[in-house]
Each structure stands twice: as structure tokens, then as C-alpha cells.
Design a protein around this ligand. Structure first.
Ligand code: ATP
Ligand code: MG
Length: 286
């Protein structure tokens, strides 16, 4: 049986910064046989209760790319991420979502997760009674059910490696999931899950918010570490500062449930300088 879990996390060994402290942006090499498109959102409309929050979103993410999704508070970024993962409160009233070429609308959240989608929550929940190590072990077993099982030693090495990368206290592994964690510790734990599970698509909902300067850099390294030829990241953020470390291929701006502008990394700088008002005014005029 082939072992498909990368126990050494070799991919984490790639240096994230050059010797003057600037991030090294990895240029992924695509392999011929892999379909290029990881995610395709087509004319998506999502309602919560009676309110339509997402109002016709189109967005595509190619393999090996990092996309940033920005937008004012309440514009629908988290709603979009919940809808992508199949949260039952978020009802898709129109449109479709394709993950690696297949519509996922009929799939339950756990099936989307097993297929390779992963959501870092904006507000992670505590799960008292379930230790971090046990939680990750069970997630890993479920996700790689056809792989040879990891020995306890291999599993420990995997966790130790990821913990070291994120500068997390290994004692965290014994604690209950997010129980009593500080805001920054919760964000690191979300990133730890992404590093260990190695999803094909990571949706990171404000994984950079509430972090001190050192933690921001550590999380940014975690995001950069996920950049690979066969994996992609959708990074939801309010801040240009994370984009100083993680260079997105595409920036999308969501306002009032619609993507109103798309561009390269310079778009994030523009937003930082001018805010959303010019875009909102354009929308109002239109
Ligand atoms: N479960 C819910 N019940 C009621 N309203 C909801 C629910 N989820 C989202 N909404 C509403 O949908 C709108 C979009 O919320 P959402 O959390 O998606 O915004 P956001 O872009 O993620 O904002 P932020 O930047 O503050 O995180 C808000 O007006 C919010 O109140
Ligand atoms: Mg949000």
C-alpha cells in the first residue's frame, strides 16, 4: 500500500525568507496530468434566513496559486467560506461550485473535507474533552484512509515538526482543542491543522487577524509553506501587512455579496491607501 502522507513534512523545510528577511516566493511548476482548475464558483447566490448575502459570485482558483479575498466588514466573506464548506445554515439558492472539476453542492461538509477542502475558521470553536493530538490523529486517519497507518513515532515526528515550524509550545498538543486558547493560539492551531492535513485547497478566514508581529510572520510562513504545485490557498484578509509576506497571485474584492474588482497584489496596496469608498461609490453610481 502506498504511503501518501508526507511524514517528514519535507515541504516545510523550504526556506521562506532570504538572508535579508524578504519572503522567497515559490514559483510552482505544474505537472502535466493534473487538472489546472481547483475551484470554480459559478454565479453563486447564498442566503441566510431571508437575506441574500452572496449575490452572484464568480471566482476561479487554479492549482498552485494563492488568492486573496478582501472586502469591508459584513460584505459576505465568511458567508462565502461557510457556503463553500457546506454549512447547513447557508443556503445556496442559485449557481454551482466545482472542486477539481466536480460539483460539490450535494456533498456533506465532511465529504468536502475528505476531498481536500479545508477551512480555517475566523472564530474557531473550542472542543473540550478532545485533545489536539487526538483530534489531528483522527482527522489524518480519516483523510488518508487508504494510506498505510502512521506509526506513533511517525505521527509524533509530523506534529513536532509542524509545531516547531509554527513556534508552538508542544504542550499545546495535549490540551483540548481551542479550550482556553488565546486568540493568537487559536489562529496558530488552525494553521497547524492545515500543515498536518495538507489540503488541496485551504480557505483561511482572517487567519492573520489579532496576531502580534512575530505571530503574523509565523502564520505567513505557514501559508507560504502550503504553496505548492498541487495545492492552492484562498486567503481572506483585511490587511495588506500579511500580503507583504504572502504574495497573492490574484486579489478579489467582495462588496455587498459581489466581486467588484480583481487584480494583482497591487490592488491590495491600492485598497490600503484609499479604502473601499471609491469602489463603493462606483457601485452606488452604477
Ligand atoms: N448565521 C447568520 N445569521 C444572520 N445573519 C448572518 C449570518 N451569517 C452572516 N450573516 C450576515 O451576513 C452578512 C455578511 O456576514 P459575513 O460574516 O459573511 O461578513 P464578512 O465579510 O465575513 O465580515 P467580517 O469582515 O466582519 O468578518 C452580515 O450582514 C451578517 O450579519
Ligand atoms: Mg468574516
Amino acid at each position: 500500500m502506498a504511503k501518501i502522507i508526507n511524514t517528514n513534512l519535507d515541504y516545510l523545510a523550504r526556506p521562506a525568507y532570504n538572508d535579508v528577511g524578504r519572503p522567497i516566493h515559490f514559483v510552482p511548476q505544474r505537472e502535466e496530468h493534473m487538472p489546472d482548475r481547483i475551484l470554480e464558483i459559478r454565479d453563486l447566490h447564498v442566503s441566510v434566513g431571508d437575506a441574500e448575502i452572496i449575490r452572484g459570485v464568480n471566482l476561479t482558483i487554479d492549482r498552485g496559486t494563492v488568492h486573496a479575498l478582501m472586502g469591508p466588514n459584513g460584505s459576505g466573506k465568511s458567508t462565502l467560506s461557510f457556503a463553500l464548506m457546506g454549512h447547513p445554515k447557508y443556503i445556496i439558492t442559485k449557481g454551482d461550485v466545482f472542486f477539481e472539476g466536480k460539483s460539490i453542492l450535494a456533498m456533506a461538509p465532511h465529504e468536502r473535507s475528505l476531498a481536500g477542502m479545508f477551512l480555517c475558521f475566523q472564530y474557531p470553536s473550542a472542543v473540550p474533552g478532545v485533545s489536539v493530538a487526538n483530534f489531528l490523529r483522527n482527522c489524518l486517519i480519516a483523510r488518508h484512509k487508504n494510506a498505510a497507518p502512521l506509526t506513533p513515532k511517525e505521527f509524533k515526528s509530523l506534529l513536532d515538526n509542524a509545531c516547531a515550524r509554527l513556534k508552538m509550545d508542544p504542550e499545546t498538543l495535549r490540551r483540548y482543542v481551542n479550550d482556553g486558547f488565546s486568540g493568537g493560539e487559536k489562529k496558530r492551531l488552525e494553521m497547524l491543522q492545515a500543515l498536518v492535513l495538507q489540503p488541496t485547497l485551504s480557505i483561511l478566514d482572517e487567519t492573520d487577524s489579532g496576531l502580534d508581529i512575530d505571530a503574523l510572520r509565523v502564520i505567513a510562513e505557514g501559508i507560504e509553506a502550503q504553496r505548492s504545485p498541487d495545492r492552492s490557498v484562498l486567503l481572506i484578509t483585511h490587511y495588506q501587512r500579511i500580503l507583504n509576506y504572502v504574495k497573492p497571485d490574484v486579489v478579489h474584492v467582495l462588496i455587498k455579496g459581489k466581486i467588484v474588482k480583481e487584480g494583482g497584489p497591487e490592488l491590495a496596496q491600492e485598497l490600503e491607501a484609499q479604502g473601499y469608498d471609491p469602489l463603493i461609490n462606483e457601485l452606488v453610481e452604477a
